[in-house]
Design a protein around this ligand. Structure first.
Ligand SMILES: [Zn+2]
Length: 251
């Protein structure tokens, strides 16, 4: 992948705010290393699952030997954007991997912006869920939902997700109804989705989208227009309530 020095201006940007590069690493260029603050790699990993611009094409890690799997990261076309003090930082989706596995230490301004962004995200997730009646340790009986779809395999991720969130209605810009029974009319389509998308199991609806959680705990939204990966558990619910499944734009 192309190398850009940290904090260099991001060219070709059509963004309304100035954008600068962070974490566009590539041999033979050296990069700063050091112990990362707690939670940084995880926060970057979460953000990498929901990339923004896709202008810079497909990237692989050039520091790892051979081909490397990145589990649930979309490989690897796109950027993470985070705003702070009127500047937008753009990093590749692999930046979480660079921090975790290559001990890359990004510039302090970027680190602070990411941690702040992550904290705010988790706080607003909790606020939205509490308003829906969720509380820490919530656990409801899932057996009726399991029985409602005899053609689909049940898995731990479905159990975990529905025990915690099943039956809630999350209201934001969009209404997310976490009642799997609303998917029974689409049971036939779910048989195919279940096969194709890591045992996607129905968990509810929002608008004209069916929602499912797969065996790795990732939520997907299915509609006639396509299939969107939303993200893991509670973070996905916030994104859905904000309508993230309806648009693809940056702002
Ligand atoms: Zn690597």
């Amino acid at each position: 992948m192309t190398h850009y020095p940290d904090l260099s201006p991001y060219e070709y940007s059509e963004s309304r705010v100035p954008m600068v590069n962070v974490g566009w690493l590539g041999p033979p260029h050296d990069f700063p290393t050091g112990p990362a603050p707690d939670g940084l790699a995880e926060a970057l990993w979460r953000m990498g699952k929901r990339p923004r611009n896709r202008m810079r094409g497909f990237h692989v890690c050039e520091f790892c030997d051979g081909r490397r799997e990145f589990g649930d990261l979309p490989l690897a076309n796109g950027e993470i954007h985070v705003d702070a003090d009127g500047v937008r930082y753009s990093a590749p989706v692999l930046v979480g991997h660079y921090v975790r596995d290559h001990h890359y230490l990004p510039p302090r301004v970027f680190v602070d912006a990411v941690l702040e962004h992550d904290l705010k995200g988790r706080r607003s997730t909790r606020r939205v869920l509490r308003a829906a009646g969720w509380e820490q340790g919530r656990s409801v009986d899932t057996s009726a939902w399991r029985r409602a779809f005899p053609g689909l395999g049940w898995h731990d991720a479905a159990e975990e997700f529905l025990a915690e969130f099943g039956g809630l209605t999350v209201r934001g810009r969009e209404v997310v109804d976490l009642d799997p029974m609303r998917c029974t009319g689409a049971a036939d389509r779910f048989v195919q989705w279940h096969k194709t998308f890591r045992e996607a199991f129905p968990v509810g609806v929002t608008g004209d989208h069916f929602l499912a959680v797969d065996s790795l705990g990732e939520v997907r939204a299915f509609s006639d227009h396509g299939i969107r990966r939303i993200g893991p558990g509670s973070a996905a619910l916030l994104l859905l309530s904000e309508g993230a499944h309806l648009h693809d734009s940056d702002d």
